[in-house]
Design a binder for this molecule. Structure first.
Ligand code: FE2
Length: 166
């Protein structure tokens, strides 16, 4: 090894950044009545979870998980479970984004705040526990089983995905 970071280490670093964003989102959601104060932060967070964040999911789904599935079957295993949660997070974000846009636009829709509170809290809770499961269980399994050829393959796919092959 040439001091090259493992794919799981790279993803765990990204998780740390995501957890910071989730903490900020939690703060903003608790202050939805102070719209002038929170709008800029909420807009920035919504933008992160609308686009940049999904590159991380692509890296897991298209690069790391397929290699893990070579030694742990998807069905009934941790990868299958992670994919179900990814789907839930995608759906939740799809409900959250228009509500946030609505709230920021001030269309006077009283439901927007309620959707942001409810769906936002679900998103924060689910993603936080999801990250903990990946870091502490799935990635540990990957570190035990992936051989160097697989690691190199995952790293190469990461680069392709980051370049926009996503
Ligand atoms: Fe992840």
């Amino acid at each position: 090894m040439s001091g090259q970071k493992k794919p799981t280490e790279m993803l765990t670093e990204e998780h740390k950044n995501v957890l910071q964003k989730l903490a900020a989102l939690k703060g903003v959601i608790s202050r939805l009545d102070k719209k002038e104060e929170i709008s800029a932060t909420l807009k920035e967070l919504a933008s992160f979870f609308k686009t940049d964040f999904w590159v991380h999911f692509s890296k897991e789904e298209e690069a790391l998980f397929p290699e893990i599935e070579k030694f742990i079957p998807r069905e009934g295993g941790p990868v299958g479970m992670m994919l179900v949660e990814h789907e839930d997070l995608r759906n939740t974000n799809a409900q959250l984004q228009p509500a946030i846009a609505d709230y920021l636009r001030d269309s006077g829709n009283p439901e927007a705040k309620e959707i942001i509170r409810r769906r936002g809290s679900h998103f924060i809770e689910l993603l936080t526990s999801h990250i903990s499961k990946e870091d502490n269980i799935l990635f540990m399994m990957a570190d035990m089983h992936l051989d160097q050829t697989q690691i190199d393959k995952v790293l190469k796919r990461f680069q392709e995905i980051e370049k926009g092959g996503n």
